[in-house]
Design a protein around this ligand. Structure first.
Ligand SMILES: [Mg+2]
Length: 252
């Protein structure tokens, strides 16, 4: 069977780090991905909110498909990257980035991360007492520079992502899947943004939420993060993708 494996990066392949730059893949993971992409009847895509340059430098694995910026940018092996965005206004994002930088100036623990087609506003290291008012102000400048419904704001793990509406991990996954007719999709991810992919693949493949404790999700199955690499090792060794009943249980 042709299997198209879609993997989120942060929180799925590597643990969530306090700062995005710290989430570096261990050599073991790169070797594992290299093994997987070398298999017949298996394609592997990493689907992430990170931008393409970031993903390419973190994951120098020839043969790996990349869907960067929440699916806005697609890179297939050996081909030139392209975007699925139609007419997004980069200048709006640049204005938002400047306004957000002004907002956090002199405040500790916030980080503005401009990306090619989106902007991430991180607050993982911020003082919890300061977080709520700063987020309110950020949402106000967001509405000014990148207003709904043309733009959407997606909450993640202590991060808000502002991106053009209609571009998401689900759209990217369907786009890649269309390039390999007949393939069976499996999607593994831990984020709110992965829910778009879980919904897009409903009734078409396997969707697996990475979570140590079950939570409301559109995914069919739930897997603790510690079990993800074991599952990939099993696939790399030529094993079949395990049935849901064989999964280790996430805690209650
Ligand atoms: Mg994630």
């Amino acid at each position: 069977m042709r299997l198209f494996l879609f993997l989120d990066y942060d929180g799925t392949l590597v643990p969530i780090a306090a700062r995005p730059a710290q989430a570096v893949p261990p050599p073991e993971l790169l070797q594992l991905l290299q093994k997987l992409v070398g298999q017949d009847d298996l394609r592997v895509a990493v689907v992430s909110g990170r931008d393409l340059q970031d993903l390419e430098s973190l994951l120098p694995v020839p043969g790996l498909y990349l869907a960067a910026c929440h699916g806005a940018v697609i890179k297939t092996p050996g081909a030139t990257p392209y975007t699925l965005i139609r007419g997004a206004d980069r200048q709006q994002l640049e204005r938002l980035a400047r306004a957000a930088q002004n907002l956090i100036a002199g405040r500790r623990g916030f980080l503005v991360e401009p990306k090619a087609f989106s902007l991430a506003f991180h607050y993982r290291l911020a003082d919890p007492a300061e977080t709520a008012p700063v987020l309110r102000e950020f949402l106000a400048v967001r509405q000014h520079h990148c207003p709904a419904p043309d733009w959407e704001t997606i909450p993640g793990h202590k991060v808000l992502e502002v991106r053009p509406a209609g571009v998401n991990k689900g759209a990217a996954v369907l786009h890649l899947l269309n390039q390999w007719p007949g393939a069976f999709p499996v999607y593994i991810g831990d984020d709110r943004t992965d829910e778009d992919a879980f919904r897009a693949l409903a009734g078409r493949g396997r969707t697996i939420l990475v979570a140590d404790h079950p939570r409301p999700t559109a995914a069919q199955e739930c897997l603790p993060r510690a079990a993800v690499l074991a599952l990939l090792h099993r696939l790399a060794a030529g094993g079949a993708f395990p049935a849901a009943e064989e999964f280790p249980r996430s805690g209650g």
